[in-house]
Design a binder for this molecule. Sequence first.
Ligand SMILES: Cc1ncc(COP(=O)(O)O)c(C=O)c1O
Length: 460
Amino acid sequence: MMKIIGENGMLKDQLPQVNVALPGPKTQALKERRNKANPSAIRCIYPIAMKRAQGAIIEDLDGNLLLDWIGGVGVLNIGHCHPEVVEAVKEQSEKYFHGMFNIVSHEGYVALAEKLNEIVPVKGSEKKTFFANSGAEADENAIKLARSYTKRSNIIVFSGAFHGRTFLTMSMTSKKAYARGLGPLPGGIFRADYPYLYRAEKEMNEAEMLAYYKQKIEKVFEEASPANEVAAIVLEPLQGEGGFIPAPIAWVKMLRELCDKEGILLIADEVQTGFGRTGRMFASNYWAEAGAYPDIITTAKSIAGGVPLSAITARTEIVEASPAGTIGGTYGGNALACAAALKVIEVMERDNLAERAQEIGATVTERYTKWMSNNPYIGDVRGLGAMIGIEFVKDKATKEPYPEMVNYLIEECIAHGLMIENAGTYGNVVRFLAPLVITDAQLEAGLSIMEAAIEKFTNK
Ligand SMILES: Cc1ncc(COP(=O)(O)O)c(C=O)c1O
């Protein structure tokens, strides 16, 4: 029986419900138009076209209700169409849409920078922030700051890293499938091993792990770029596209010490980890608690709840090393986006969404871990707060990746109304990025759908 949601019905409180087999006729029709009008290189495997969305629920064009555990890939920590964010954007839209910051000042830009200077945990007491539009742009700008400040050109990034799809960030990104046929890519980018401990060559205790990965960076200094030519080391505090792999804090502390010794800046790419996701407002808050602050933090995605915006925050002396004209851009810090972001942060702080991320994370981790103990194909469960990965393997001893199983789970889950997405170099990890406003009942419904899908595959 199709459930009708009234005009004012709270879509955000509904449970997933597939009334019409996916894709329904209206969705299929749009898909056909999409196939004709848009490039197939922008891949979309999901049989869903949106009609509207609230909280963690998407209603599709055919009246199906889908539970969203992807959140626009980490954009919707605050949920779809949070009413207070909608109101803030509407209110701003009645005053002005745009004020290019090179031409006029507008308060939203300044107020949002003031707020981020207060809460973003970069090293230093005096901070400055400026804005761009996407995660890749924020990362590019962080490199500009690092080069201007250090007067050095080279950058060290890591295996498994994802930093975007512009030319410089394609060069920084590890998986070259994202840059197929697009070279030559910018130079000066060198790669060291990220501590993907589940797939490390050998079991190591912490001291051995630190020595092993430090040596990998020293090898870059010896063979690729002398330390005194390195402007920055860039890392994700928890690799997203790379497979949901948290950076051990002890390793981050080692990087911090190495950077201090060599005059290198430490850049945290918090594009996917920022804004409550990991159980703190920023994953770097954990680093700060351990005394290892990054020099520059880039943020984007959940910063403005779906309105395009990204930010670059660093201590004043770093930001001020950039010569006039070298940073900026037409839309960066757009007035509607700043209004949205100010409201997102206010609501997140007021409603303690970082704490909610910890609760959600504990529930999901407990369930995943229980599955892992009974299932031959679940090799690893890992994460921080509500950013959790579950890695599927054909054999727990060989750890051979099992992307076919993940593809099956994606299809099976969506058929029952749950949207999940893969991650990882081998596509064999399922990532959890549900909006942090997900209700307990929705979380339970999602876990039940996924559990049934895993059982069905395992018992085939
Ligand atoms: C860690 C990280 N950095 C950068 C980016 C690129 O962001 P955008 O797609 O907004 O350019 C992403 C996107 O997934 C990301 O996860």
